[in-house]
Write a protein that binds this ligand. Sequence first.
Ligand code: PLP
Length: 358
Amino acid sequence: MDIEIAIEKTDNPKPLPSDESFGFGKYFTDHMFITEYSKLLGWHAPRIVPYQNLRLDPGAAVLHYGQAIFEGMKAFRGTDGKIRLFRPEMNWKRMKESAERLCLEFVDLPVFIESLLRLVRTDVHWVPSKAGTALYLRPTLIGSEAFLGVRAAENLMYYVIASPVGGYYGSNAIEPVKIWVERKYSRAAPGGMGAAKAGGNYAASLKAASEAKKRGFAQVLWLDASKKEYVEEVGTMNVFFKIGDTVITPPLGGTILPGITRDSVIQLLRESKTPIEERPISLSEILEAHKTGDLKEVFGTGTAASISPVGAFGVNDELISINGGKVGTLSSELYQTLTDIQYGRRPDPLGWTMEVSL
Ligand SMILES: Cc1ncc(COP(=O)(O)O)c(C=O)c1O
């Protein structure tokens, strides 16, 4: 690819943390990618530099009016030693749509892809190899223009940072989580920006998440903002319900994030001829299916955990156990298939992975 990217290497590489201590998002690699936008110059000066603080005016739009969007994706080191990205063009598409929702400019696909490839190559020794680990990549776009007033910033920064992350499940065996059904707070309303990966959506979710945590739940299940009846998504995951032999997931109506894992799971289910429906699903339908014994499995999908089985729902004062709190067959098959493709352990007929040539 013919994109000139200057590379300034650090003189002070950090010691590599041990695989066991990774956690999620605690450590950052030695370098970062950055490029700036102005009306006059367009996107300019793309470069890899030592990981460092940003220079931002205290009046920058991101600090006042929440003009920030980001992405979350992983570079996987396979057992064959190759490093792969998973459907990175989908992250670009979503980031472009998020930028449009916030009236911000964004880089073209080739620059986005190259920003990821160059950073991974520069910090290649940070891509861990232990089962379940990965290098998490965080492309970020912020409004850096200094002004007070509500309009889209005309000076922007696009940067990518990277963080080695451990297996979501410590032992690498998937474990079911307990989810709180949120009936008081809302994450996103129709016509709002719920489909954008904007920082503001996560700020809006903190109160409910912290109250759920105090009650002993890992994340919240959001319901629609108006009736609090239809299911939307779970914390940082999309959600699937297996009722009888059919798998159901809420449709993309603008209030939930169009998850890349969600899209991949839908395609895998279609391939295996498992009935899959994208349609509104109400809490009453789920509770009824639970009562009749038809609610077989529930799982969340997202980059962090890939597939996360739900073992129980907290609805008001009741705890609804799903599949006896155990991991369902479908959840574990999907987890296996998806992670096998990501780590290069099985063929990738749909061309989802992009190898990082070293
Ligand atoms: C709110 C929300 N929903 C869903 C997802 C799942 O999206 P993906 O599968 O692209 O990681 C995420 C994670 O990024 C998220 O933050």
